[in-house]
Design a protein around this ligand. Structure first.
Ligand SMILES: Cc1cc2nc3c(=O)[nH]c(=O)nc-3n(C[C@H](O)[C@H](O)[C@H](O)COP(=O)(O)OP(=O)(O)OC[C@H]3O[C@@H](n4cnc5c(N)ncnc54)[C@H](O)[C@@H]3O)c2cc1C
Length: 411
């Protein structure tokens, strides 16, 4: 078997949906050597919709494909490389990040995960023929206006199904809701349930599930099966909205990254996962609103944070762990006066040992990830290390005589 070729990048982004493309634009513009891997269609889920009316900047609306082509063009303009291939496995250690595809091993300083998700489907007959723009929708926000004065069906009775159903009732003339449970039992919260049951436009079909989807090129009928009687009922509709869950594309990261119960990746506001230098953005992460605009925001944050991570890693290697002189780090916090006021004294000490000691001052408040690399979370603190980069003491003792004695012992 051919040996896989190893190619180095600064940043690898997995997934070329709106989140991954935006992260790519930011990384490319920051002159980072950036690769985006995409296993299906550049543009991701956004390309499945013809009419996007809620992405800012397009008052007349735009097609998902057109919008995503613009995103890709912009990323390419900033030198981002694209490879249409599946990321098959990942290694995400702090100093060794690799993404393996069928042909190559891509190594990178940071990895941004933008693998999005996919709506869960019913598995009923003919469903595959009518997905997305052929009559089965998964997004009320996206397709409600196109169903003004029409009859739609909603599948499901969880919070998403009922809340989206009520949103649809502002547009559609009738919303038929297929619920698997006995009359009156729903999976949503009580408030949504009460509101939905009193909504005159909503007609509930209890104890039902979809048996088949029918139409001629475009869906026009949903056949529901009554789970108690086995009876089939054909219902004419314009669009069927399925809200029976959403599955994040996170299988690759099982047992590597922290996930919630539904397998969404857990991040903080900086899109950081639990592993340093690994970011996640867009629909793949645990968040409230899954839309192009929020994926774009996430992608921008992830791109900027990836750039910061690389800059800090380089600073750490070249400045902090330099190997020419004995090393002395002073950790302080710019928002803590007593620790800040010790800075001039530290600089005096450096001047005294100018030929033999390298002082680095580090603001804990600004350089959180650098502090993590040094395993320090308190300030003020001093760290001493030899010319070979071996840490010999981490101490909260910031007295001048102690520091001078320590430095003398190391020179
Ligand atoms: C039918 C439909 C209509 C919608 N309409 C609208 C709308 O009008 N307005 C709006 O704002 N939002 C809309 N949305 C929601 C919007 O599309 C998503 O919120 C958005 O696309 C999320 O972007 P993302 O980049 O996080 O993920 P995605 O768009 O899902 O992109 C993820 C990409 O990662 C790729 N990928 C996954 N795993 C791998 C792997 N292992 N290797 C390589 N590549 C991988 C996937 O192939 C995919 O292309 C709609 C969604 C749907 C389903």
């Amino acid at each position: 078997m051919r040996k896989k070729k190893r190619i180095n990048y600064d940043v690898i982004i997995i997934g070329a949906g709106p989140a991954g493309l935006t992260a790519g634009i930011y990384c490319g513009r920051a002159r980072l050597k950036t690769l985006i891997l995409e296993k299906a269609l550049v543009g991701g889920l956004a390309t499945y919709t013809n009419e996007i009316e809620n992405f800012p900047g397009f008052p007349e609306g735009t097609s998902g494909l057109d919008l995503m082509n613009l995103f890709q063009k912009q990323a390419k303009k900033f030198g981002v490389d694209f490879k249409l291939t599946d990321a098959k496995s990942v290694r995400l250690d702090i100093t060794n990040k690799r993404v393996e595809t069928f042909r190559n091993i891509f190594a990178a300083k940071t990895v941004i995960i933008a693998t999005g998700g996919r709506p869960r489907i019913t598995g009923a007959k003919n469903e595959e023929n009518y997905l997305f723009d052929k009559g089965i929708s998964f997004c009320a926000t996206c397709d409600a206006a196109a169903n003004t004065d029409k009859t739609v069906m909603v599948i499901g009775s969880g919070d998403a199904a009922i809340e989206e159903g009520m949103f649809l009732s502002k547009f559609a003339k009738k919303i038929i809701v297929s619920v698997i449970h006995n009359e009156g039992k729903m999976d949503c919260n009580e408030i949504a349930k009460t509101q939905a049951l009193s909504n005159e436009k909503m007609d509930f079909k209890w104890n039902t599930m979809v048996d088949s989807f029918e139409g001629n090129g475009h869906l026009d009928t949903v056949v529901l099966k009554n789970l108690k009687s086995g009876e089939l009922e054909s219902i004419k509709i314009d669009t069927c909205f399925e809200f029976i869950g959403y599955l994040p594309n996170t299988e690759l990261f099982e047992n590597i990254l922290d996930m919630d119960k539904q397998k969404y990746l857990i991040t903080n506001e900086k899109m950081e996962t639990n592993l340093p230098g690994v970011f996640a953005c867009g629909d793949t992460r645990d968040k409230e609103l899954k839309q192009i605009s929020t994926a774009v925001g996430d992608g921008a944050v992830a791109g900027v944070e990836a750039e910061k991570f690389i800059a800090e890693a380089e600073l750490f290697k070249n400045q902090i762990l330099q190997k020419e002189k004995v090393g002395f780090i002073y950790l302080y916090s710019a928002i803590d006066a007593p620790s800040r006021e010790l800075l001039p004294m530290m600089q005096e000490i450096e001047t005294e040992f100018i030929d033999t000691v390298k002082l680095n001052t580090l603001d804990v408040y600004k350089g959180k990830s650098l502090c993590e690399r040094l395993s320090c979370d308190a300030e003020p603190m001093t760290i001493f290390y030899t010319e070979n980069g071996v840490v010999v003491e981490q101490s909260r003792n910031c007295d001048k005589p102690h520091i001078i004695a320590k430095l003398k012992s190391l020179i």
